[in-house]
Design a protein around this ligand. Structure first.
Ligand SMILES: [Zn+2]
Length: 281
């Protein structure tokens, strides 16, 4: 006997966008830009589908347009540094751009990389900071060179942010965004889980943005951020390959927000931030 197919409960009834994602796993009018991903293996754990080719395949499945990456090697292996980031973008120039990862524990490497940045704008969209892992506070003067560089050029800086962290908590984030208004500061993980502070900073500072990485699975967080900061300040990120794209998209489709908000989050804001041509949707 054939099993009876389970009929899914429609999410967001009446939404053509939700129906399209539900049925096709993607939407022709709503491309996906993932602004937070880390290609490459992590040797302390099992990470399937972490090769750039696997990640591009997953991106295509959801109708993805682009992902912005900082390979694990750039975060954790200073002797490799940003080399892998560059080769990955060269391999997938349509779908991948990189952040230049900055580790201020190695100032001579940082200055060398910064000096080469302007010639590599086809590779890099901005900078990635990991203050708590690198054990340097955001407001530490060792970060000053990169903030000034990004500030002069109006570039995005995506930084790991977590509630109560002495390295990248609320107080440290606020010091930086208050001081540098020319750069675009992306709060990766939205100060997990102090959504209130993250939304307040995004609302107060036009150049501060919320990256939804780490919001996945947190009931009500998307709705809260949308109400208190606005969908124009929210960016879609997933920490792939740590987390999957469909789950994160599903969370947006299940939230009590509008289709217009979803377009803002999935692609429009990133298109503006990265100076990409607009999609139709
Ligand atoms: Zn990350």
């Amino acid at each position: 006997m054939k099993p009876t197919p389970i009929k899914p409960t429609p999410i967001r009834p009446g939404s053509a966008l939700a129906a399209e994602f539900w049925e096709q796993g993607r939407s022709a009018s709503c491309p996906v830009i993932n602004i937070h991903a880390h290609p490459g293996p992590v040797y302390s754990g099992y990470m399937p589908n972490c090769r750039p080719a696997d990640m591009v395949r997953e991106l295509r499945k959801v109708g993805g347009r682009l992902m912005c990456v900082a390979p694990h090697s750039a975060l954790f292996a200073p002797e490799i540094g940003n080399a892998e980031a560059e080769s990955i973008v060269e391999e997938f120039p349509q779908e991948i751009r990189a952040y230049m990862t900055i580790n201020p524990q190695y100032p001579e490497l940082m200055l060398r990389d910064l000096a080469g940045f302007d010639k590599k704008r086809h590779i890099y969209v901005g900078f990635k900071l990991l203050p708590d892992y690198h054990r340097v506070r955001l407001s530490d003067r060792r970060y000053q060179a990169v903030f000034e560089f990004a500030d002069e050029r109006g570039l995005p800086v995506i930084s790991h942010t977590y509630a109560n962290s002495p390295y990248n908590g609320e107080a440290e984030v606020e010091k930086v965004v208050a001081r540098y208004s020319g750069l675009k500061f992306i709060m990766a993980h939205c100060l997990k889980a102090n959504w209130r502070a993250a939304a307040a900073i995004a609302r107060q500072y036009p150049h501060a943005y919320l990256d939804l990485t780490a919001v996945s699975g947190q009931w009500g967080a998307v709705d809260y951020l949308c109400t208190h900061a606005g969908s124009e300040k929210m960016l879609f990120g997933t920490d792939s390959p740590w987390y999957g794209l469909h789950q994160a998209i599903g969370q947006l489709l299940s939230a009590d927000i509008t289709d217009d908000d979803i377009h803002n989050i999935l692609h429009r804001n990133a298109e503006r931030l990265l100076n990409l041509t607009d999609s139709e949707g």
